[in-house]
Design a protein around this ligand. Structure first.
Ligand code: AMP
Length: 126
């Protein structure tokens, strides 16, 4: 079920537990600002998630409340992971789902990195 991105941060969410090491993940990158791990249900040959270490529900929450340092650190981490995966030359896609229409399931901001093949249309057309 999609989450309500206007609710307060839930410390029990699954990505909070991954950050604390309470739930295992296939970690690919970590620095002061961000943590990246492989998506458990990959939608492309490469499907990696990058999350900020701070307690932010969504892009909306992050873009309004995070410090300039946190935002810069997170954005740089996303680029770092994509470079480390060799995705710059072939290209890749970033996606952040927000709330119901975005189909956001986990209430901790995450950016999906997709790559490894041509990814097709940007969104499902109906
Ligand atoms: P979203 O719909 O944008 O909220 O995406 C949530 C993503 O988290 C989905 O792609 C899930 O496959 C992924 N996911 C959920 N639980 C885990 C987990 N324990 N480890 C890695 N990825 C997960």
């Amino acid at each position: 079920m999609p989450i309500d991105p206007t609710l307060p941060y839930d410390d029990e969410n699954i990505f909070a537990k991954i950050l604390l090491g309470e739930i295992p993940s296939n970690k690919v990158y970590e620095d002061e600002w961000a943590f990246a791990f492989e998506d458990i249900n990959p939608q492309a040959e490469i499907h990696t998630l990058v999350i900020p270490k701070g307690r932010y529900v969504s892009w909306d929450d992050f873009s309004t409340k995070a410090s300039a340092e946190e935002i810069a650190g997170f954005v740089r981490a996303v680029g770092e992971v994509a470079r480390a995966k060799g995705l710059v030359e072939p290209g890749y896609r970033l996606l952040a789902n927000i709330g119901a229409h975005g189909g956001q399931e986990v209430p901790h901001l995450h950016v999906h990195i997709f790559g490894g093949r041509p990814l097709g249309p940007m969104i499902l057309r109906r």
